[in-house]
Design a binder for this molecule. Structure first.
Ligand SMILES: O=C([O-])CC(=O)C(=O)O
Ligand SMILES: [Mg+2]
Length: 200
Protein backbone atom coordinates (compact mmCIF):
# COMPACT_ATOMS: atom_id res chain seq x y z
CA UNK A 1 0.00 0.00 0.00
CA UNK A 2 2.98 2.32 -0.33
CA UNK A 3 3.14 5.08 2.23
CA UNK A 4 -0.55 5.90 2.42
CA UNK A 5 -2.27 5.27 5.72
CA UNK A 6 -4.40 2.17 5.87
CA UNK A 7 -7.77 2.35 7.53
CA UNK A 8 -10.41 -0.32 7.85
CA UNK A 9 -13.41 1.25 6.20
CA UNK A 10 -16.57 -0.37 7.62
CA UNK A 11 -18.92 1.17 5.08
CA UNK A 12 -16.99 -0.51 2.29
CA UNK A 13 -16.10 -3.64 4.23
CA UNK A 14 -12.56 -3.46 2.91
CA UNK A 15 -9.31 -1.66 3.46
CA UNK A 16 -8.83 1.65 1.68
CA UNK A 17 -6.22 4.35 1.79
CA UNK A 18 -6.98 7.67 3.45
CA UNK A 19 -6.64 9.22 0.00
CA UNK A 20 -9.49 7.06 -1.24
CA UNK A 21 -11.99 7.65 1.54
CA UNK A 22 -13.77 10.81 2.53
CA UNK A 23 -12.98 12.64 5.72
CA UNK A 24 -16.28 11.33 7.17
CA UNK A 25 -15.46 7.74 6.29
CA UNK A 26 -11.97 8.08 7.76
CA UNK A 27 -13.43 9.62 10.88
CA UNK A 28 -15.98 6.85 11.27
CA UNK A 29 -13.34 4.20 10.59
CA UNK A 30 -11.08 5.61 13.29
CA UNK A 31 -14.05 5.97 15.66
CA UNK A 32 -15.03 2.34 15.13
CA UNK A 33 -11.47 1.29 15.96
CA UNK A 34 -11.67 3.40 19.13
CA UNK A 35 -14.76 1.45 20.11
CA UNK A 36 -13.14 -1.93 19.74
CA UNK A 37 -10.03 -2.20 21.89
CA UNK A 38 -7.71 -4.00 22.31
CA UNK A 39 -6.08 -2.74 19.18
CA UNK A 40 -3.72 -4.68 17.05
CA UNK A 41 -0.78 -3.64 14.95
CA UNK A 42 -2.81 -4.68 11.88
CA UNK A 43 -4.05 -1.17 11.09
CA UNK A 44 -1.22 1.07 10.00
CA UNK A 45 -1.50 4.80 10.57
CA UNK A 46 1.01 7.39 9.49
CA UNK A 47 0.91 10.35 11.82
CA UNK A 48 1.36 12.85 8.97
CA UNK A 49 -1.73 11.45 7.21
CA UNK A 50 -3.71 11.64 10.45
CA UNK A 51 -2.57 15.24 10.88
CA UNK A 52 -3.60 16.06 7.30
CA UNK A 53 -7.04 14.59 7.90
CA UNK A 54 -7.76 16.15 11.28
CA UNK A 55 -5.28 19.02 11.73
CA UNK A 56 -6.00 20.93 14.94
CA UNK A 57 -8.67 18.46 16.07
CA UNK A 58 -5.74 16.32 17.22
CA UNK A 59 -2.56 17.31 19.09
CA UNK A 60 0.92 16.82 17.67
CA UNK A 61 3.84 16.66 20.10
CA UNK A 62 6.62 19.21 19.56
CA UNK A 63 9.46 17.10 20.97
CA UNK A 64 12.41 15.34 19.29
CA UNK A 65 11.76 11.81 20.58
CA UNK A 66 13.81 8.95 19.12
CA UNK A 67 12.03 5.95 17.60
CA UNK A 68 13.40 2.79 19.19
CA UNK A 69 12.05 -0.75 19.19
CA UNK A 70 11.13 -2.81 16.14
CA UNK A 71 7.63 -1.38 15.84
CA UNK A 72 8.27 2.05 14.38
CA UNK A 73 4.51 2.63 14.10
CA UNK A 74 2.26 1.94 17.04
CA UNK A 75 -0.96 3.17 18.54
CA UNK A 76 -3.31 2.45 21.38
CA UNK A 77 -5.14 3.86 24.34
CA UNK A 78 -3.05 5.89 26.74
CA UNK A 79 -2.05 4.81 30.22
CA UNK A 80 0.26 7.10 32.17
CA UNK A 81 2.84 7.20 34.92
CA UNK A 82 4.73 10.20 36.26
CA UNK A 83 8.05 9.45 37.97
CA UNK A 84 11.43 11.13 38.29
CA UNK A 85 14.66 9.10 38.38
CA UNK A 86 12.70 6.14 39.79
CA UNK A 87 11.35 3.38 37.54
CA UNK A 88 9.79 1.12 40.18
CA UNK A 89 6.29 1.84 38.86
CA UNK A 90 7.34 1.45 35.22
CA UNK A 91 8.80 -1.97 36.04
CA UNK A 92 5.61 -3.03 37.83
CA UNK A 93 3.34 -1.84 35.01
CA UNK A 94 5.47 -3.70 32.44
CA UNK A 95 4.32 -6.96 33.99
CA UNK A 96 0.62 -6.06 33.89
CA UNK A 97 -1.54 -7.04 30.86
CA UNK A 98 -1.05 -4.42 28.17
CA UNK A 99 -4.04 -5.21 25.91
CA UNK A 100 -2.52 -3.13 23.12
CA UNK A 101 -2.26 0.03 25.24
CA UNK A 102 0.56 2.57 25.20
CA UNK A 103 2.25 3.63 28.44
CA UNK A 104 3.24 7.31 28.49
CA UNK A 105 5.98 7.96 31.05
CA UNK A 106 6.38 11.54 32.22
CA UNK A 107 9.96 11.51 33.44
CA UNK A 108 10.15 15.29 33.55
CA UNK A 109 12.34 15.33 30.44
CA UNK A 110 15.34 14.33 32.54
CA UNK A 111 18.15 12.33 30.92
CA UNK A 112 19.92 11.77 34.26
CA UNK A 113 18.91 8.12 34.63
CA UNK A 114 17.21 5.48 32.49
CA UNK A 115 13.53 4.75 33.17
CA UNK A 116 13.52 1.60 31.02
CA UNK A 117 16.13 -0.88 29.79
CA UNK A 118 16.07 -4.06 27.76
CA UNK A 119 14.59 -6.27 30.47
CA UNK A 120 11.73 -3.92 31.28
CA UNK A 121 11.06 -3.35 27.57
CA UNK A 122 10.91 -7.11 27.03
CA UNK A 123 8.38 -7.38 29.84
CA UNK A 124 6.20 -4.75 28.11
CA UNK A 125 6.38 -6.67 24.83
CA UNK A 126 5.66 -10.00 26.52
CA UNK A 127 2.69 -8.48 28.39
CA UNK A 128 1.03 -7.27 25.19
CA UNK A 129 1.69 -3.52 25.38
CA UNK A 130 1.75 -1.77 21.99
CA UNK A 131 4.40 0.68 23.08
CA UNK A 132 6.02 2.99 25.60
CA UNK A 133 6.59 6.72 25.17
CA UNK A 134 9.15 8.12 27.61
CA UNK A 135 9.81 11.79 28.26
CA UNK A 136 13.15 10.79 29.68
CA UNK A 137 15.94 8.29 29.11
CA UNK A 138 16.26 4.59 28.33
CA UNK A 139 19.31 2.32 28.35
CA UNK A 140 20.21 -0.97 26.60
CA UNK A 141 19.27 0.63 23.28
CA UNK A 142 20.69 -2.35 21.36
CA UNK A 143 18.33 -4.69 23.23
CA UNK A 144 15.32 -2.41 22.78
CA UNK A 145 16.00 -2.14 19.03
CA UNK A 146 15.50 -5.92 18.72
CA UNK A 147 12.18 -6.12 20.56
CA UNK A 148 8.68 -6.29 18.99
CA UNK A 149 7.56 -3.13 20.78
CA UNK A 150 7.04 0.53 19.93
CA UNK A 151 9.34 2.82 21.93
CA UNK A 152 9.77 6.57 21.73
CA UNK A 153 12.21 8.23 24.15
CA UNK A 154 14.00 11.52 24.58
CA UNK A 155 17.44 9.91 24.86
CA UNK A 156 19.52 7.38 26.72
CA UNK A 157 21.81 7.10 29.71
CA UNK A 158 23.57 4.03 31.11
CA UNK A 159 22.84 5.21 34.66
CA UNK A 160 20.04 3.23 36.37
CA UNK A 161 17.09 4.79 38.13
CA UNK A 162 16.05 4.10 41.70
CA UNK A 163 13.42 1.37 42.21
CA UNK A 164 11.46 2.71 45.17
CA UNK A 165 8.22 2.96 43.24
CA UNK A 166 7.82 6.70 43.83
CA UNK A 167 5.42 8.31 41.38
CA UNK A 168 1.77 8.45 40.33
CA UNK A 169 -0.23 6.36 37.86
CA UNK A 170 -3.03 7.06 35.42
CA UNK A 171 -3.24 10.81 35.88
CA UNK A 172 -3.27 13.24 32.95
CA UNK A 173 0.34 14.22 32.20
CA UNK A 174 1.48 17.31 30.30
CA UNK A 175 4.51 16.64 28.12
CA UNK A 176 5.73 19.44 25.91
CA UNK A 177 2.67 21.02 24.30
CA UNK A 178 0.41 17.96 24.68
CA UNK A 179 -1.76 16.62 27.48
CA UNK A 180 -1.80 12.81 27.56
CA UNK A 181 -5.08 11.77 29.15
CA UNK A 182 -5.58 8.11 30.14
CA UNK A 183 -8.01 6.50 27.71
CA UNK A 184 -7.32 8.90 24.82
CA UNK A 185 -5.74 7.50 21.67
CA UNK A 186 -2.11 8.00 20.77
CA UNK A 187 -0.47 7.32 17.40
CA UNK A 188 3.30 7.23 17.04
CA UNK A 189 5.73 6.72 14.19
CA UNK A 190 9.07 8.08 13.05
CA UNK A 191 7.50 11.46 12.24
CA UNK A 192 6.17 12.04 15.72
CA UNK A 193 3.36 11.52 18.19
CA UNK A 194 -0.30 12.49 17.79
CA UNK A 195 -2.95 12.40 20.51
CA UNK A 196 -6.64 12.16 19.68
CA UNK A 197 -8.76 12.96 22.73
CA UNK A 198 -11.96 13.72 20.83
CA UNK A 199 -13.83 10.61 21.96
CA UNK A 200 -13.30 11.28 25.66
O1 LIG B 1 16.71 -2.38 35.34
C1 LIG B 1 16.56 -1.25 34.92
O2 LIG B 1 16.23 -0.29 35.62
C2 LIG B 1 16.84 -0.96 33.50
C3 LIG B 1 17.45 -2.09 32.79
O3 LIG B 1 18.65 -2.21 32.69
C4 LIG B 1 16.58 -3.09 32.15
O4 LIG B 1 15.36 -2.95 32.17
O5 LIG B 1 17.15 -4.01 31.53
MG1 LIG C 1 19.32 -3.90 31.45
Amino acid sequence: MGFAALVVCPSRGEEATLDQVSREEASSAISSIKESPPMTQREIFYTSDIYDQFEDEVASLDLPLHSLGQHKQFHGRIRTVRCLHDNGLVKAIANEPGNGQVLVVDGGGSLRSALMGGNIAKAFADSGWAGVIIHGAVRDRHEIEALPLGVKALGSNPRKSAKDGVGVRDVPVAIGNVEFIPGALVYADEDGVIVDARAL
